[in-house]
Design a protein around this ligand. Sequence first.
Ligand SMILES: [Zn+2]
Length: 118
Amino acid sequence: MICPKCEYEYVEGIKECPDCGTPLVTREEFEGHLLHPEDWVVVYTCSDNIEAEMYKANLESADIETLILSQKDRNYPTVGDLAVIKILVKRDDAESALEIIRDINSRAQNTEEEGDEE
Ligand SMILES: [Zn+2]
């Protein structure tokens, strides 16, 4: 259960947010709410959390507010580890975000041969 206002997650059984009194919604509803019209758009999906965090870090360093939604959740019966991770940005930022992502991808292709550091 999540407060759509504070974006805090609460354990099951709690019906409204102790902070602001807003009725809590399920994660699904919350994500649906975020995916809805006005604000957030999905600019990229992947199945690797590390990859997603990498994109997020890059977007945020460009001052783009970024949100990662993962369906890797025990409420979602997923096959193996194949969870979809969505990267969302505000609609206004979508274009610049896509440019950054494209840039990352082309760089990644160029350096692929050299392998990953870590
Ligand atoms: Zn709240």
